[in-house]
Ligand binder design. Structure first.
Ligand code: HEC
Length: 149
């Protein structure tokens, strides 16, 4: 092989080696450490746990579905007719006369703890199956019962 070419190739090879070695040996940049001041820390913590008031809005259409899916209609008519339990016509207005802090409170208690207040003329026959009902489900059924006049 031509000596000049050999030298040239060696030079090229050498420069590659130098470049790759440089890449390997180059020290990594120091990691950036974020040291918040006490005030900044408080702001971060306050931001992590904001006090948000959750407002649950009842949806009458979902309430109507829940009423049927849960089988409430086996014992409650949506009119004045008595089945096993009272008919639900005008239930929201009646709920305001039960001595609870609000009609919503009374309906929620009637569903979660049926034995807590027994409607006059009825027996404690409503199953206690809904103690763990979702807040949203309760809001929806209340919104639906409000529509029954
Ligand atoms: C096995 C029959 C039965 C089923 C099923 C049933 N209930 Fe009742 N419910 C009753 C009876 C009986 C009463 C009346 C006695 C009492 O107050 O517990 C009643 C009372 C109520 C009251 C109070 C009514 C008033 O006039 O003050 C509400 C509200 C109510 N039920 C909601 C529901 C909902 C919502 C469901 C479905 C998730 C449901 N019930 C399922 C039997 C039932």
């Amino acid at each position: 092989m031509n000596k000049k070419i050999t030298i040239l190739l060696s030079a090229i090879l050498l420069s590659f080696t130098v470049i790759s070695c440089r890449e390997v040996t180059e020290p990594a940049a120091d990691p950036v450490v974020f040291e918040p001041t006490p005030a900044a820390k408080e702001m971060v913590m306050a931001g992590a746990a904001p006090e948000v008031e959750v407002v649950i809005v009842g949806d009458p259409a979902s309430g109507s579905e829940w009423f049927l899916n849960e089988g409430c209609n086996a014992c409650h008519s949506t009119g004045a007719e008595k089945i096993v339990g009272p008919g639900f016509a005008g239930i929201y207005e009646r709920a305001a006369t039960r001595g609870y802090s609000s009609p919503d409170d009374y309906i929620e208690a009637s569903i979660r703890y049926p034995g807590e207040y027994i409607v006059e003329g009825y027996s404690n026959l409503m199953p206690a199956s809904w103690e763990e009902a979702e807040k949203q489900e309760i809001a929806d059924i209340i919104a639906y019962l409000k529509t029954l006049q």
